[in-house]
Design a protein around this ligand. Structure first.
Ligand code: XIL
Length: 570
């Protein structure tokens, strides 16, 4: 029996998909009803068995059904025939598909053991996946010299019940090694004076367990983080006056441990509004008066921004306030139309002004952003409306410090010149521009060359951002394709955490920007250069006139215009 099983397993030990991924068990070579031993983590005693059954979502597919009868019981999988003993020599990750049936049981921990070493543990509660859906899981493996012909894995909870399939080993060769910091995105971003950021959902990435591959991918590559959902009003104030900062705090603490900046998202929006304010973000179902709603907005902003004062460096204060229909701009080129929302309907346009003022009072050092989508490329009515609104706010002295372009794009959308023309006209208004939620969906994700096109699209957006000193931040909206809120594999990492071409394009662009930044920090000491220089800030205001050239390096850190050129002083 054992012998035939081994042969069958050998048959499935094929290289699949990317060459570094090896499926060691897909259970297709088994019969329904075949059983695998389950051993105790500590005593190695066989406690029970797991059974091969039909996939609950697809009867054609065979999977392993596991029911834990005792704590610390793990399935035992023979691997010696595949790994020739030393599993970690060439493999760095264990991955598998996991299906959790509808049940109240929470898995307490994921454990895998190789030889005498427990190679990783603690799945946390975030790693269980949605009930009744298959989710892909991957765990990084510590290197061990221990030779073993078995791997043990499971979720240790007395009542855990789950299905596993496609258990695979993933090789170390990802085309980059994030343990070498020079191969990461943030290394080059920092040198270029930029932030490369990522939206993280704590429901999908357990940022409290720093041994996990997804977690490591985040902190090793990014120097900025934004909560995908955890700092939205419905998350932070689910009931009036009742704040829940737990998940937001986890993100802020994680960022502090890894020297990342935190972007706050978002204070006022027509979506993800708690039901006690509005059932749909538009209706005023609770009949609030203008004054009451202003007070509610003020209380929320004040509590949240104060809580994160000094920890969150910038906030999306008002999100997506523009209407998608901006046709009035054709007759009035200075106009903009706001979207109906409970805020707009009850308070009126100055909810925007007030929101910025409240946020500014709560943390005068935070950079305050407006943020929207469909406003990236010059020539579109909404793009013009956005500019008109920002200019109006700036002219009225509202403390708007930044303009966010979400950049939820589809391959083919990006026109570099139109993006460039748009971004550069904000500099004279004295506001920063940021790419806040970049993702580029591929309509046909598996078509030949699709990922290359996607990479180019990422590159076009990033290149424009590199050209301007009023553009500091680029954030991608999610880590891996399978976690994205959009279809079409729009992100820079595969589900396996392998970087896609877009990752390498982004890294190349950051690296060249870093080299250029390096170049221009070297003061010009050519024979024709005068001994003294006039130094201006980016707005053209004099900073130091007649400064001795050799003292340029002593200026406070920042970006200056010296000899008509942008100069970075670090
Ligand atoms: C999205 C999240 O990614 C989803 O997980 C959530 O279900 C809905 O919101 N514009 C924004 C983001 O400003 O907050 C949105 O995030 C995506 C569009």
């Amino acid at each position: 029996m054992r012998h035939t099983l081994l042969l069958m397993m050998l048959a499935v030990a094929t290289l699949q998909g990317h060459s570094q991924e090896k499926v060691i068990y897909d259970f297709e070579g088994y019969e329904i009803g075949d059983r695998l031993p389950m051993n105790d983590l500590y005593s190695d005693k066989t406690e029970s068995v797991a059974e091969v059954t039909a996939d609950p979502t697809n009867p054609q597919n065979k999977v392993l059904h596991v029911t834990n009868k005792s704590w610390n019981t793990l399935i035992e999988l023979a691997i010696g025939h595949i790994t020739q003993g030393n599993i970690t020599e060439s493999y760095r990750m264990l991955a598998f598909d996991l299906y959790r049936p509808a049940s109240d049981a929470n898995y307490k921990q994921f454990v895998a053991r190789l030889g005498q070493d427990t190679i990783y543990a603690d799945a946390g509660f975030y790693d269980q996946g949605q009930a009744e859906t298959w989710v892909a899981k991957s765990y990084i493996m510590e290197r061990t010299d221990e030779a073993s012909d078995k791997i043990y894995m499971g979720f240790n909870s007395v009542d855990a019940e789950y299905y596993v399939d496609n258990i695979r080993l993933i090789a170390a060769d990802y085309g980059y090694d994030f343990t070498d910091e020079q191969q990461t995105l943030r290394y080059h971003a920092a040198k270029a004076g930029k932030n490369i950021g990522v939206a993280v959902p704590v429901s999908r990435i357990n940022i409290n367990d720093e041994s996990l591959l997804p977690t490591q991918t985040v902190f090793r590559n990014f120097n900025m983080i934004v909560a995908e959902n955890e700092m939205k009003p419905d998350a932070l104030q689910p009931n009036r006056g009742e704040f829940n900062f737990y998940h937001g705090d986890c993100i802020v603490d994680f960022a502090a441990r890894h020297d990342m900046e935190v972007r706050g998202h978002t204070l006022v929006w027509h979506k993800q509004v708690p039901a006690w304010i509005s059932s749909d973000g538009i209706k005023n179902d609770h009949g609030y008066s203008r004054d009451e709603l202003l007070q509610i907005m003020k209380d929320h902003i004040t509590a949240v921004v104060s809580h994160y004062k000094g920890k969150v460096s910038e906030w999306d204060v008002v999100n997506e306030c523009l209407d998608d229909d901006q046709t009035t701009i054709r007759t009035n080129p200075l106009s903009y139309d706001l979207r109906p929302s409970v805020w707009q309907n009850v308070i009126g346009e100055d909810y925007i002004d007030s929101a910025f003022v409240y946020a500014h009072r709560a943390d005068p050092d935070a950079q305050l952003y407006i943020n929207d989508y469909g406003v990236e490329f010059q020539g579109k009515a909404k793009t013009q409306a956005y500019y008109n609104l920002v200019r109006r706010l700036v002219n009225d002295g509202i403390p708007v410090g930044g303009v966010g372009f979400q950049c939820h794009l589809t391959v083919g959308d990006t026109d570099s010149a139109k993006f460039d023309n748009n971004v550069k006209r904000y500099a004279p208004l004295g506001v920063e521009c940021a790419v806040t939620e970049l993702d580029v969906s591929m309509p046909d994700a598996y078509a030949q060359g699709a990922e290359q096109q996607q990479a180019e699209e990422y590159g076009k957006i990033a290149s424009v951002m590199m050209n301007y000193d009023h553009c500091r931040n680029i954030l991608v909206w999610g880590v891996t394709d399978d976690m994205s809120w959009r279809q079409g594999n729009p992100l820079i990492f595969r589900q396996t955490l392998e970087p896609k071409p877009a990752f390498f394009t982004l890294r190349d662009i950051l690296q060249s920007a870093a080299q250029i930044a390096d170049g221009i920090t070297t003061p010009d000491t050519g024979a024709t250069a005068s001994a003294s220089v006039d130094v201006y800030d980016l707005g053209g205001r004099p900073v130091a006139l007649g400064l001795d050239r050799k003292d340029i390096g002593r200026l406070p850190k920042g970006i200056y215009i010296i000899d008509g050129k942008c100069t970075v002083v670090r």
